[in-house]
Design a protein around this ligand. Structure first.
Ligand code: F3S
Length: 284
């Protein structure tokens, strides 16, 4: 069995940095809170909970805290969450990915200059919710070509377009193309993270060459879902798994396979990738 493992599979720079920051604080005796799960991986979150770290699920829960350390995950948060942490006298450990912070800065600056903000991405994703919270002007989230076509603001209105870091690059280009025909004064800033772009390109290349493609990651992870869509478009026999157990269930259908590709989303720990790789090499 030939196995091609994507070099870009697993933790990206921002997730690794966030994980390091939270594990550095564990065991210091302080009460640590994560504002949302640090990564989309249940095993990691469970491990942190075992070590006493608590997860906050909403700004309301945060507003009730009077002491402790609040870790902001790599997705980032809106400006008012920083204010709340500050006003309540809490310690902030900011693990926002620097690439996401850059988008906050662009949105804050551009909206200060009066531009309306368009975010290409998923409106329900925490990263997008966080980005919206840095704008002082009307902000729109666009995900589909239809939404882009229906978008309408006054002709002389300045519009700044940014993207969720994990947005599909081809889709971003397609939507920007629709916007550019509308005649607005637009400023397009491609804020798709290189790690995402490279991961997506590499996944597509591998999926094109193999009989079976395995995409590892949480079903809640937006970048893993996109990886799956990209791989599925290139390789019909693409499997989306969270752990090795999910793959066991599919073994029956994999008898005549000679070449398998493996990639994984940005919040997939290395040990899961290694387990899957080992199993595919030896037992598949
Ligand atoms: Fe940051 Fe890119 Fe990862 S934005 S969190 S390095 S996918």
């Amino acid at each position: 069995m030939e196995v091609i493992l994507a070099k870009s599979a697993g933790f990206c720079f921002g997730v690794r940095r966030a994980m390091d920051k939270v594990y550095e604080r564990v065991g210091t005796g302080e009460q640590i809170y994560m504002f949302g799960s640090i990564i989309h991986n249940e095993e990691v979150v469970k491990d942190l909970e075992k070590r006493g770290v608590k997860v906050l699920h909403s700004p309301e829960e945060l507003s009730l805290l009077q002491e402790g350390v609040v870790v902001i995950r790599s997705h980032g948060v809106s400006k008012d969450i920083y204010s709340m942490i500050d006003e309540n006298g809490l310690t902030c450990v900011d693990a926002t990915c620097p690439f996401v912070r850059k988008i906050h800065k662009i949105v804050e600056d551009e909206s200060e200059k009066g531009a309306y903000i368009v975010i290409m991405g998923n409106a329900n994703h925490p990263e997008v919710e966080g980005i919206k919270g840095w704008s002082k002007t009307p902000t729109f989230v666009i995900e589909s070509a239809e939404e882009a076509r229906n978008f309408k603001v006054p002709q002389n209105q300045k519009v700044c377009i940014v993207s969720q870091t994990t947005f599909n690059y081809n889709k971003f280009q397609e939507l920007v193309e629709i916007f550019s025909k509308k005649g607005y004064d637009i400023n397009v800033v491609n804020t798709i993270c290189n790690a995402t772009e490279e991961r997506q390109k590499e996944a597509a290349e591998i999926a094109r060459q193999v009989d079976t493609m395995i995409v590892i990651g949480s079903t809640h992870s937006s970048n893993t879902q996109k990886l799956y869509e990209i791989c599925k478009a290139e390789c019909a026999d693409t499997h989306y798994i969270q752990t090795l157990e999910d793959l066991y269930l599919e073994t029956e259908a994999t008898k005549s396979i000679r070449c398998v590709g493996i990639t994984a989303g940005a919040s997939t720990p290395n040990n899961i990738i290694e387990e899957v790789q080992k199993y595919v090499r030896i037992d598949f």
